[in-house]
Write a protein that binds this ligand. Structure first.
Ligand code: NAD
Length: 524
């Protein structure tokens, strides 16, 4: 479909007007923010059919998945923000010891200013409207730039948004790469970008011209560890579901499986059973199974299946004319396989075999930190894997559901992104924690504080420095660590080296006094 892009002048005007209305302080009013959050909730509630229909046209995704994975989650997010914004926005007093009690150290939660949210196409409601909820709760004025790839959705949103939302606080601007580039050249107080890492770097570079803080919600290869202690029936059902929702085009979808060869063969059998249950007549004729978003993405995924050195054990069917690709599982995938080079972002699931979970951890650690890491296995195995790896999120026994839990921060680490969203974390991302002090500067309290703090004034003297240390300095509350082992851990190793050194010195002393006889006596 033809999506109407906003003109250069419209973009400049929207930016200018939002900056002006931020300066009018209208968004400082919490009740105003709450009203916008209510409006946003009703935008979602009133338009379920239209939203689901637009997404079906863009992604071939069924209504069930759109309602469950997007509308429900995003509505919950708006409700959570509406119910908690009063407490999130409250000033926080900080206790810093009696000496600062008169100065009332406080953190004020203030909106950053005018912010830009750039969204991706795969879950347009969650990743476009979702961050706007945080931006609104925090009291910013904001522009949302939907992805032009999901054009039906972007067009619908441009139509719905002004019917529900106050244009003094938020606007939707549509466009492609050129319009996004134009937006990125303007001045913002925060930019949130969701999408791939290549464009993430462009966004971060553009933001740097204004020293503008950014949140990058990127992707990556999220591994699934399957240990022999796991219930493989449940494991197979959950993995297959997570890989096939939205045709695998999910940032936190399982990207590949790590298991031993023994687990691999049992797991494949369970996948076959789950596959038959999910799509008794095959996914192609199922109304539940989505399509690949466009020809470019289809070509990329098709190339993986054409050139992989892994063996296709389930699926493999595809039809370019309708952008259909069957959920496909690859067995014994070599580590340097094409399917292991970049994030798959489609319904292909390679299995990598390892000697044990430890080897799996080393493999994961040799690559970029993923957005999510999943473990199927007992508590001990999970804890071990958690300790030895890094990722944006860690879920044991299931996949992707952490996205639904508003009280958990959602975000990546390293190349999977930085800073986080959802609930309070999202509010904090779009807020500035402004350090404030309210020092008494008149009256009797002002006089007392002035007396207490006047040793700071010149002419400086040792006596005044001593008074200040007494007043505001802190004594070290710990003992000096052993000099000879500076930098070494102070636990068992240090004790071991300490006692070993003492023993060696003692033996050397005996040898010096009594020669070899003493040692022969000790060793007898
Ligand atoms: P996309 O193509 O829709 O791009 C996202 C946005 O970037 C769009 O608004 C687009 O206009 C803009 N854009 C594209 N090229 C640009 C350029 N050269 N300069 C400036 N702006 C440009 O989305 P995509 O990148 O295909 O999205 C898929 C990726 O997003 C995957 O890697 C996925 O893992 C990631 N993702 C991450 C999350 C998350 O929350 N971490 C959520 C969804 C998707």
């Amino acid at each position: 479909m033809e999506l109407r892009y906003n003109t250069k002048d419209e973009i400049l005007a929207a930016h200018e007007e939002l900056r002006r209305s931020f300066d009018s302080h209208i968004t400082l009013d919490i009740e105003f923010r709450k009203h916008q959050l209510k409006q946003l909730s009703f935008l979602l509630k009133d338009n379920v059919d239209a939203l689901a229909d637009a997404i079906r046209k863009d992604l071939g995704r069924c209504r069930f998945e759109t309602v469950f994975a997007e509308i429900m989650v995003t509505t919950n997010s708006a409700v959570e923000a509406h119910q908690n914004v009063d407490s999130w926005a409250k000033n926080e007093s900080r206790w810093a010891g009696a000496v600062w009690a008169f100065h009332s150290p406080t953190v004020r939660k203030e909106p950053k200013g005018t912010v830009l949210v750039i969204g991706a196409w795969n879950y347009p409601i969650s990743v476009q409207i979702g961050p706007m909820i945080s931006a609104i709760a925090a009291g910013n004025t904001a522009i949302l730039k939907p992805s032009e790839v999901a054009a039906h959705f972007a067009s619908l949103l441009a139509d719905l948004w002004p019917k529900y939302m106050d244009p003094r606080m938020t606007r939707v601007i549509n466009g492609g790469v050129e319009e996004t580039g134009q937006l990125l050249d303007l001045r913002w107080e925060h930019i949130l970008y969701t999408g791939n890492g290549r464009v993430g770097k462009i966004v971060a570079e553009k933001a740097a011209q204004w020293l503008c803080p950014t949140t990058l919600e990127l992707g990556g290869k999220s591994p699934v560890f399957v240990d022999e202690s796991a219930d493989l029936k449940i494991t197979a059902h959950r993995i297959l579901w997570a890989k096939s929702v939205n045709c695998g085009q999910t940032c936190i979808a399982p990207d590949y499986i790590i298991c031993t060869p023994g687990v691999q063969s049992k797991l494949i059998k369970e996948f076959e059973i789950a596959y038959g249950e999910f799509w008794p007549n095959g996914p192609k004729s199922s109304p539940d199974y989505a399509r690949i978003v466009n020809e470019r993405q289809f070509g990329r995924l098709n190339n993986i299946l054409e050139t992989t050195k892994g063996s296709i054990v389930i699926g493999g069917e595809r039809d370019a004319s309708i952008k259909f690709m069957e959920p496909t599982i690859l067995k014994d995938t070599p580590r340097g396989d094409i399917s292991m080079s970049d994030e798959i972002f489609g319904p292909i699931l390679p299995i990598i075999t390892v000697k044990d979970m430890d080897e799996g951890c080393s493999f994961v650690n040799s690559r970029d930190q993923p957005l999510a890491l999943y473990v199927f296995g007992n508590k001990k195995v999970t804890e071990e894997i958690a300790r030895k790896t890094r990722s944006g999120a860690l879920v044991q026994g299931d996949l992707m559901l952490h996205f639904c839990v508003e009280s958990l921060p959602f975000g990546g680490t390293g190349p999977s992104g930085y800073s986080s969203l959802h609930g309070k974390a999202g509010f904090d991302t779009f807020s500035h924690a402004r350090a404030t002090m309210n020092a008494p500067a008149s009256g009797i309290l002002g006089w007392i504080v002035e007396k207490l703090m006047s040793p700071r004034y010149p002419p400086y003297t040792d006596g005044n420095l001593a008074k200040l240390s007494l007043l505001a300095g802190r004594k070290l509350p710990f003992k000096r660590p052993p000099q000879s082992y500076r930098g070494a851990p102070t636990g068992k190793m240090t004790r071991f080296f300490n006692s070993t050194t003492v023993l060696i010195l003692f033996l050397a002393f005996l040898y010096r006094l009594y020669g070899g006889q003493a040692l022969a006596f000790l060793l007898r």
